[in-house]
Design a protein around this ligand. Structure first.
Ligand code: NAD
Ligand code: DAU
Length: 352
């Protein structure tokens, strides 16, 4: 069985590729990635199995997507490739529409045409699995949760582009009977995350004794999930999810940004042998993100009850493991924080 995983050199994709390659030796996993600034083959350096192949390609290239399906006759797609950072989407929405909307449509069309041409193999079901985000639901107040029936109400160019892609996936399911489903996950954390996102950015800055930029008053809430638990959820949904449905995935783990960063500082002080409270002195409140969503919180009852998935690690365990991973993988961090990252950081934070 040939499974196409897109975006497998990125943060979440690398964990999904590793899980599938190691757990399912009978599947052939093809990882398609354009290796943008966020794609990094070092994330997959330990994988050299014969059931794994990497293809450098861009989902914006429609002809390339059609040829790839022609060549490999994929049975299923797990689609993660995307522009994923909200702050970059505020600076440059076009890239997000090009990759997240047009790129997704190219893949949908390539799958639709290929699957109309070639018969399915054995009992293996065909599936186009769209990996999406809870940000498509918009912003919550102090109470309540996103459920699978919460209407989409995206508020950033990033979430609008993901919402548009999700709508296309469901439109292809209804219009062309394309076998498809979607999952909407909360904020992931763990190894391999690019240090533009809150947790790795703060770890990197604590290490270098630089300010920790907290947007606004830090009173924004996110629901954090260990990335390997997300990969396990994707495995579960891939094999057991019902076509045409969406599944919310979350960690029952809400944190205000300021509280999370304080906890991270305390863990870092202990790990680095610094005086208690010293990293917290780096916390700096800066100009807020435009249109900043106040709170995300996932009701994950459906995947827990219907598919039997639940998170496996506590936040304390996961955050400590994450911190240690970044502290012990200096080369990984240095390689991606030199060069282009410096320009990005300057542009994003110098005026804040
Ligand atoms: P990431 O930015 O770390 O990785 C994205 C990957 O996609 C990179 O390897 C990049 O090279 C590749 N890519 C980008 N544009 C491409 C293109 N045009 N063609 C081919 N490859 C391209 O992102 P991530 O955080 O791992 O997120 C993966 C997916 O999961 C995204 O679809 C995102 O919307 C979704 N998601 C992320 C989170 C989160 O907390 N990070 C939560 C829920 C859902
Ligand atoms: O909810 C799922 C989403 O989580 C994914 O779809 C996105 O791809 C992923 O990037 C993430 O989006 P967020 O915008 O929530 O993540 P980020 O790490 O950028 O920010 C987390 C919170 O921290 C958010 O409230 C903004 C705040 N923040 C972020 C940065 C980068 C700061 O206060 N300072 C910062 O420097």
């Amino acid at each position: 069985m040939q499974i196409l995983i897109t975006g497998g050199a990125g943060f979440i994709g690398s964990h999904v590729v590793r899980l599938f390659v190691n757990k399912y030796p009978a599947y052939k996993i093809v990882n398609l990635d354009a290796l943008t600034y966020a794609g990094n083959l070092e994330n997959l350096a330990d994988i050299n199995s014969s059931n794994y192949e990497f293809v450098k390609a861009d989902i914006r290239d429609r002809a390339a997507m059609f040829s790839l399906f022609e060549k490999h006759q994929f049975d299923a797609v797990i689609h993660l490739a995307a522009e994923s950072h909200v702050d970059r989407s505020i600076e440059s929405p076009t890239d997000f529409v090009d990759t997240n909307v047009i790129g997704t449509m190219n893949l949908l069309d390539a799958a639709r045409h290929a699957w109309a041409k070639y018969p399915a193999k054995g009992d293996f079901r065909r599936l186009f699995y769209q990996v999406s985000t809870d940000e498509v639901y918009g912003s919550l107040g102090e109470t309540g949760f996103f459920t699978e029936t919460t209407p989409y109400s995206p508020r950033s160019p990033y979430s609008a582009s993901k919402a548009a892609a999700d709508h296309l996936v469901m439109a292809y399911y209804h219009t062309y009977n394309l076998p498809a489903l979607i999952s909407n996950c909360s904020n992931n954390y763990g190894a391999n995350q690019f240090p533009e996102k809150l947790i790795p950015l703060c770890i990197h800055n604590i290490k270098n004794n630089r300010p920790l930029p907290i947007y606004g008053n830090g009173d924004y809430t996110r629901d954090w999930l260990w990335v390997e638990d997300h990969a396990r959820a994707i495995d579960t949904i891939f094999h057991k999810g019902i076509l045409g449905e969406n599944y919310n995935v979350g960690g029952h783990n809400e944190w205000k940004n300021i509280d999370l960063v304080r906890l991270l500082c305390d863990l870092a002080d202990a790990e680095l042998g610094k005086a208690v409270g010293s990293s917290q002195q780096l916390i700096t409140f800066v100009k807020d993100r435009a249109g900043h969503d106040k709170r995300y919180a996932i009701d994950a009852t459906k995947i827990e009850r219907e598919l039997g998935w639940r998170p496996s690690v506590t936040f304390q365990e996961g955050l400590l493991a994450t911190l240690r991973w970044y502290l012990h993988n200096e080369t990984w961090l240095n390689n991606i924080t030199s060069g282009e990252y410096q320009r990005y950081y300057q542009q994003q934070y110098a005026q804040r």
